[in-house]
Design a protein around this ligand. Sequence first.
Ligand SMILES: [Zn+2]
Length: 490
Amino acid sequence: MPHTPRSAIPRARRARAALLACVVSGCLIAAGAPNPAVPLGIGDRLFPTLGNPGYDVLSYDLSFTYPGSNSKPLAAVTKIRARATERLESVNLDFAHGTVASVDVNGAPARFTTAGEDLVITPTASLPKGGAMIITVRHTSNPVPEKGREGGWVQTDDGLVMANQADAAHLVFPCNDHPSDKALFTFHVTAPNGYRAVANGLPVGTRTSGNATTWSYRTQHPMATELAQVSIGHTTVLRRSGPHGLPLRDVVPAQDAAQLEPWLAKTPAQIAWMEKKVGPYPFETYGLLVARARTGFELETQTLSLFEKDVFGNSAYPQWYVESIMVHELSHQWFGDSISPRTWSDLWLNEGHATWYEAQYAEETAHRPMEARMKAAYAFSDRWRATGGAPAAPQPPRKGQKIAIFRPSVYDGAALVLYALRQEIGRPAFERLERSWAALHRDGTSTTADFEQLASEVAGRDLSAFFQGWLYGGKTPPMPGHPDWKTNPV
Ligand SMILES: [Zn+2]
């Protein structure tokens, strides 16, 4: 999923920019007043200013009003319920692509300014450690991408969808934009009659008033901001039942429903296949959101994966390949969504597993041998490590580099690590590990170290040396059981 990265601006320049922003917006810095606004982050190695310290978001309540055009700003209200984890004089949210009209904290108007890609809020009184806060931001949300910056709202033929991974949710709504802070979400989307709005989770009602209808949805499980999804368009919802009566709903352009139906009908069996591998499906619903848009990627937005319409029925893509991509996004519901990465350097846990099940599905249903794919990946692995970093030590995104952190090293390069692990500990232990991992970390966030520890426990021996080489090494270690496999020269 290529996205234009945000760059790490050196601290000194950031501080000066923040001061300038403060001067132009006319805020006063009196003696004894809090420090001037600066953009903060939680210290993610790859995205230093994503997320913010000092609080834990419990829930987001997002209201959007769609004006009937996908090139005009939406009116929006973002209500954040959070708990301070330290005493706070001010609160930073990530937000960068809309105009803020007002901010309230616990019902009282608060001062606000911008610093870098942060909205810095100063309540009238400081917030005590452990204190609850409700922050209400009235703002616009601009669906027209900034030049050279992708992600956030995606314009479709007749409306909008979202693609926020990795660092673009804050182009849509103010938030703590990092997957380590998951929260529950409620959405209220108002659109002119004739449009339909769908979001993550289950519907909780619609209300029509005059020429517009408000559609509401709520997630039953915590979710990372990067996985939020809202579709607004002339869509149809196709409903069906999955394993154990799991309600499934696909959201598709109305005119494409008949053509897409044979593809969408494959989902229940794919979920059953995944459940056999790793255990129960982790959420309240699933489905595909098929959009008439050009993104260049598909995206595992929680309970409702985003696909480009052109993927289906395109002669460039064989049927087995399209099905394996459907399984890739489906498997992310376990790996990446239910279990979120604690930091973006843990991305290989998302993409490695999704690529693994994509390849295994192709092996079992379409006779595309996993071993051949892994042998080919092995040949490229040293080059991938040299250009993008080892799977668990990805190089930071560079400005203007569209592919950001989504490089082969975290896809087939990381699936290759799982293959090596299976070779090392044997198939039964590997399959036990996968099931335990999915069950233990459900609805949580986890790190590479957590995975290493569980693998060692399941294998009954210390695997740290194995993981050191495979996850962090500049060179690909020898493949257990295949001493003849060779890497191409870098
Ligand atoms: Zn993926």
